[in-house]
Write a protein that binds this ligand. Sequence first.
Ligand SMILES: NC(=O)c1ccc[n+]([C@@H]2O[C@H](COP(=O)([O-])OP(=O)(O)OC[C@H]3O[C@@H](n4cnc5c(N)ncnc54)[C@H](O)[C@@H]3O)[C@@H](O)[C@H]2O)c1
Ligand SMILES: O=C[C@H](O)CS(=O)(=O)O
Length: 483
Amino acid sequence: MFESLTKSIFINGKWEAISEAHTETIYNPATLEPITKVAHAGAKETTKAITAADEAFPQWSQKTGRERSRYLYKAYQLMQEDAERLGKILTMEQGKPLNEAIGEVKGAANFLLWYAEEASRNYGEWLPSSTNSKRLMVIPQAVGVVGAITPWNFPSSMITRKLAPALAAGCTVVLKPAPETPLSAIEIMKIFERAGVPNGVVNLVTGDAKAIGQQLLTNKVVQHITFTGSTAVGKYLIRESAQQVKKLSLELGGHAPSIVFADADLDKATSLVIGSKFRNNGQTCICTNRLYVHQHIANDFANLLKVKVSQLKLGSGLENEVDLGPLINQKACEKVHDHVKDATEKGAIVECGGEQWNDKLDGHYYKPTILSNISDEMKIMHEETFGPVIPIQTFTDESEVIKQANNTDYGLAAYVFTENTNRAIRVSEKLDYGIVGVNDVFPATPEAPFGGIKQSGIGKEGGHHGMDEFLEKKYISIGIDSK
Ligand SMILES: NC(=O)c1ccc[n+]([C@@H]2O[C@H](COP(=O)([O-])OP(=O)(O)OC[C@H]3O[C@@H](n4cnc5c(N)ncnc54)[C@H](O)[C@@H]3O)[C@@H](O)[C@H]2O)c1
Ligand SMILES: O=C[C@H](O)CS(=O)(=O)O
């Protein structure tokens, strides 16, 4: 499927040659086998990419929204048609089960569709002036060259969730994907190329994150950096971008609580908690990190949950009916086990799992794990685990559990399981999160604004809000002689 060397630097419509000396190897996390090598580039290539994006900006931004939408719509069609092959590539480099990978690719394509539609709805405003001697208007204008930095856990959809609105708004882009998963980014560039997107509008640089990031942060041509990744790196970008007061949109870490009330539908709630926790093996920003179950149903809930979790099948994502693939690397396995070890040393009980799994395969596998007898001093209750472990606590009082759920620096997603509408609305309004799911744990969709508060991020991706991130709203005041 791949040559030993895969071109991964796309600048001004051309794939740059790679020197063997400056490459990094991409491994399959399910088998630890090398897949291919890609360029390990840095400042020089990034500067060249920024220049290409800058030179392409005037023409691209001056196209009408309708003209830009045609490119995005063509890219959508190409991505949808190729979802099976793109899904296989995604599974090979990231590890998630093939059905999840194909679902991610189709979801990624839907961002292209949504912003193909939104591109023609980039409305301005005509303001009712308080004096007859003026006419006032607000016109939306593309911010300019955008630097996009994306994570490995959704190597396809996190890219189109940024590039689709940016291009729809009239911006041009330099993309740096995660080093673990550049192949999906390469395929998305090829899709834009096949869709006929003009040279320089989208550019790709793989390699030294710090060096590439520094160029995006310090080059005055770059007007906006859009980042998805850890809160730690988000804080670094905030510090480093202050020098130029560069615009930022940040989609950062999460620590989602799930609250199961006594009136919840047990079968539905256990299945949804499993869906939230074990999608992508728990390597998602919005997955359940803490589970609070009402005391009256705690035993029944925990027993049903354990039965369902024990049925989950581990294996390579390319195998049929696998529910849990490998974690992205050994470091991720060690972090997950560190949380389990810390919890058990502080009194937690391992109801199931609690260790790595290498029975048949060499990859980075960790058994799906449920922990009970949890106390708030445990790391797992405050640090993002990013793996297949659920700590369960019980509660009795609604206002108390809301306090517990809000007791975190994160504020991305939270979930409420209840069949009582009043309670659903009352609790949702009191949860300090950017996203709340009620009997739903898959809130992300192109038509809705996705994003966190507190230390989970700044800005939104999706909906019409997603395009606003890449627009300046210019106010024009026109003095007229009204006589
Ligand atoms: N809020 C969201 O929508 C969302 C979505 C997906 C992932 N995430 C978060 O991302 C994290 C997991 O992803 P990750 O491990 O790739 O995160 P990460 O922060 O380690 O890396 C994210 C990206 O930043 C780059 N990067 C790292 N250091 C950099 C630097 N100094 N300068 C420039 N770029 C740099 C990486 O190469 C990668 O491309 C988790 O915390 C998860 O919650 C959040
Ligand atoms: O990991 C974070 C992603 O944003 C999850 S989702 O694809 O948006 O559900």
